[in-house]
Design a binder for this molecule. Structure first.
Ligand code: GLU
Length: 506
């Protein structure tokens, strides 16, 4: 058997997702049982969305849950660099090779032309005049320095058959597959090209990834064939789901790994819980360590159902770790390491000290910084003269506004609230009141915006969503409507208003 080499390939475009830890875990365990290697590769070819802070965050988050890798941007290895933005020359070379061999082509379509092709509702290859353009046309364009992309020449007929460990053969008609862009006009590769080139050059034997990538696989298979390379084995894992069966989303379940860290879940419990997603051990045990999982791991025991992420069950498991595995001293140490320590408390002092007469006043004032949940009723959360429904909707709009920021900083929170108040003609107080209660559980608490900044957006989001639910929630249909309204008009109004507020007054 060839050497087993598997990988996780996160794109650093947002908060580190529990799904990344879940897929990393199965890759790591698969590598371990097969005496193989586990590689971490950063897929940062999307220049507009990739950020260094997210790269650091994903490495920190995976380490926090207890995962480690044999090769990666931080530990090196002989197949590096392990960051795609440092490998662009390599991808360009293969894209050019495919053009020379007639398996890809330079496409000079303008956005308007592409729009027309889309309107015709045909895949972007039928009617694409550059697919079979003559050499002279192409040369003219090149001489004029017109921007172009390189597209894969997907066959017009025939089918692509993908074998996947957990599925019957999956078939795709090539006639329905677009001529995928493999190199963008900025010279950067798209995910498809970079992913295939790297998996080949890094000698990846098994591609274990989430099911959402299954539809990309025909393009990958074609690239392997065009480049004359042996394909890895594909194993598409079931997606993590919300309890209602939909894809795990942050509105229904916290998705950022940092939420779990900040809310005080034990990392070993989270990792253990993720291993139960679609998997069961032969002995049926539910509580086990990574080392125990490796002893009898068999990837064929993964089942495509059963990957429902249930926060209650995770809490139950975390509780078992706390009760069964830790002495009082160990638990006390964990609390201190988490955030019951001088450093964190000192940070809060400027917010709380003014309201304290004795040291004993501190805890009641600040307890919401440590509580997993805060308690209140729908009456307390509702501002005077407002209906529950409109308040829940306003909180949703406020969430859209907050989500525009990568970090929820006090100043930005304040400006966003003022802008939303202005647009919706609510008084600032009518917005800060439900927020106060949502975040702290109280009507009077330390300064709201700073408190939110210290709590962090992952905790704040969960608390705001809970307040919306306490008020009766926003229906799925209404949420879609608000979402499209936000994108269509409200976001623009909001941005204008923010600029207005930020204008220096003279
Ligand atoms: N960069 C992709 C991601 O963000 C990798 C998908 C794959 O594993 O092929 O998950």
């Amino acid at each position: 058997m060839t050497d087993v080499r598997v990988r996780i390939a996160p794109s650093p475009t947002g908060a580190p997702h529990v799904g990344t830890a879940y897929i990393a875990l199965f890759n790591l365990v698969f590598a371990k049982v097969n005496q193989g290697k586990f590689i971490l590769r950063i897929e940062d070819t999307d220049q507009t969305r990739s950020r260094k802070v997210y790269e650091t965050a994903v490495l920190d988050a995976l380490k926090w849950v207890g995962l480690s890798w044999d090769e990666g941007p931080d530990v090196g290895g002989k197949y590096g660099p392990y960051r795609q933005s440092e490998r662009t020359e390599i991808y360009r070379k293969y894209a050019e090779q495919l053009v020379e061999e007639g398996k890809a082509y330079r496409c000079f379509c303008t956005p308007e032309m592409l729009e027309q092709l889309r309107k015709d509702q045909k895949p972007i290859k039928t009617n694409n005049i550059y697919r079979d353009a003559d050499e002279k046309t192409i040369q003219d364009k090149l001489e004029k320095n017109e921007p172009y992309t390189i597209r894969l020449k997907v066959p017009e007929e025939g089918e692509c058959v993908i074998s996947d460990r957990f599925r019957e053969e999956v078939r795709y008609n090539y006639s329905e597959v677009d001529d995928q862009i493999i190199l963008k006009s900025d010279g950067f590769p798209t995910y498809h090209l970079a992913n295939v080139v790297d998996d080949h050059l890094m000698k990846i034997s098994h591609v274990i990834r989430g099911e959402e990538w299954l539809t990309s696989t025909p393009k990958h298979v074609l690239l392997y064939e065009y480049l004359g390379w042996e394909k890895p084995e594909f194993i598409h894992m079931p997606l993590l789901k919300n309890p209602d069966g939909s894809k795990l989303s942050k509105r229904k379940n916290p998705t950022s790994i940092f939420y779990y860290r900040e809310a005080g879940f034990l990392p070993e419990a989270l990792l253990n819980y993720l291993s139960l997603m679609g998997y069961s051990r032969p002995n049926g045990e539910e509580k086990f360590s990574l080392e125990e999982m490796i002893v009898d791991f068999d990837i064929n025991r993964v089942s495509l159902g059963g990957s429902v992420f249930d926060l209650q069950k995770l809490s139950w498991l975390s509780g078992k770790y706390i009760r069964e595995d830790l002495t009082p001293q160990q638990l006390a140490k964990k609390l201190v390491a988490w955030r019951i320590n001088e450093e964190f408390i000192a940070q809060l002092m400027p917010l709380v000290s003014e309201r304290m007469d004795t040291l004993g006043d501190f805890m009641p004032l600040a307890s919401f910084f440590w509580s997993r949940d805060v308690e209140y009723t729908s009456e307390t959360v509702l501002p005077k003269k407002k209906e529950a429904k409109e308040t829940a909707e306003l909180l949703q709009v406020l969430l859209f506004a907050f989500e525009e920021q990568e970090e929820w900083l006090a100043d930005q929170i304040s400006i966003s609230i003022r802008a939303i108040a202005q647009i919706h003609e609510w008084k600032i107080r009518e917005i800060t009141h439900p927020l106060f209660v949502a975040i702290s559980g109280k009507k009077v608490a330390p300064p709201l915006f700073d408190s939110m900044e210290y709590l962090g957006k992952d905790i704040c989001r969960v608390r705001i969503v809970k307040a919306m639910e306490t008020l009766g929630g926003v229906s799925k249909k209404r949420l879609q409507k608000l979402d499209s309204l936000w994108k269509k008009s409200m976001k623009g109004q909001f941005e204008e208003q923010v600029l207005e507020i930020q204008k220096p007054s003279d």
